[in-house]
Design a protein around this ligand. Structure first.
Ligand code: SLL
Length: 263
């Protein structure tokens, strides 16, 4: 890395949209038969993952249109201790772990960035969801046939990894990989299903209608845009305030200088 690359670009922030979460399906009786003896009590197969927010068109995979390996070095998933080798390091794409199990639990997800970024690792938490979303919000384990009919359960959260004052070389790298824009509208699959997001998707989380693969869309960015707009206004107001103070101080300085010259 040359000295010029080590320079931080002050005052600049750049972000990359990601999603993290899980998909789960119930195991059919046949699949349960095929499990190793120590796992005979397992009822579901799930995948926990960190992916780019945009989905590939016509894909059954939630998110993952872009390769995040250019800025993420490793994702560590800390599973429930009932799992053997519960800390799973994933050093290459896809950043995900697939397992079978019987219970929901919280997984700790640690994202380590490439060394050139100079960024600290980031920790996320996700509750592995196995059972379908219910209207009441109360957990409910449906009969096996219902669960199979309803299809995969999805629980994903959208987030933006923000890099502030990035190193010049890291900034160049990020800019060389612009993220795929989220689609304006749902493109191919039937509408919501089982999905969760702590903010804008809360309502959608409780809607169980047609089965479909969730997809993150621009509408969900609206909340974020409104928050940014509010922040911008605040910064502008702050700027105005300091401008006024600066002017007043300048006037005072001039007055004092005249006093000094006159003395
Ligand atoms: C619960 N607090 O009681 C949760 C724990 C544990 C999940 C869930 C299988 C591990 C194995 C598994 O699903 N663990 O069989 O090794 O619901």
């Amino acid at each position: 890395m040359s000295n010029a690359d080590r320079v931080r670009v002050r005052g600049l922030s750049i972000f990359r949209p990601i999603i993290y979460g899980n998909t789960a399906v119930v195991l059919t009786p046949k699949e349960r038969e095929a499990l190793p003896p120590q796992n005979k009590d397992h009822t579901h197969r799930w995948t926990v993952a960190v992916r780019s927010a945009a989905s590939a068109p016509d894909s059954d995979i939630v998110g993952g249109a872009d390769d995040l390996g250019y800025f993420i070095k490793r994702v560590t998933f800390k599973l429930h201790e009932t799992y053997p080798n519960s800390t799973r390091n994933v050093d290459k794409l896809p950043f995900e772990v697939t397992e079978t199990g019987w219970g929901e639990f919280e997984v700790q997800i640690r994202v380590t960035f490439i060394p050139e970024s100079g960024e600290k690792a980031m920790t996320l938490y996700h509750h592995i969801k196995l059972h379908p979303w219910t209207l009441s919000g109360e957990p409910e384990i449906p009969p096996l046939e219902d669960a199979i009919r309803k299809g995969p359960v999805h629980s994903w959260q959208y987030d933006e990894i923000v890099f502030s004052d990035p190193y010049q070389n890291f900034l160049n790298l990020l800019m060389a990989h612009p993220p795929t824009l989220l689609p304006k509208d749902r493109r191919n699959k039937p509408a919501p299903f089982h999905i969760a997001n702590p903010s804008s998707l809360r309502e959608a989380a409780n809607v169980t209608s047609e089965i479909g693969v969730p997809e993150f869309m621009q509408a969900m960015e609206k909340d974020e845009a409104e928050r940014l707009e509010a922040a911008k206004k605040q910064v502008l107001a702050e700027q105005e305030k300091w401008k006024k103070i600066l002017l007043e101080k300048n006037e005072e300085l001039q007055r004092l200088q005249q006093l000094v010259e006159g003395a």
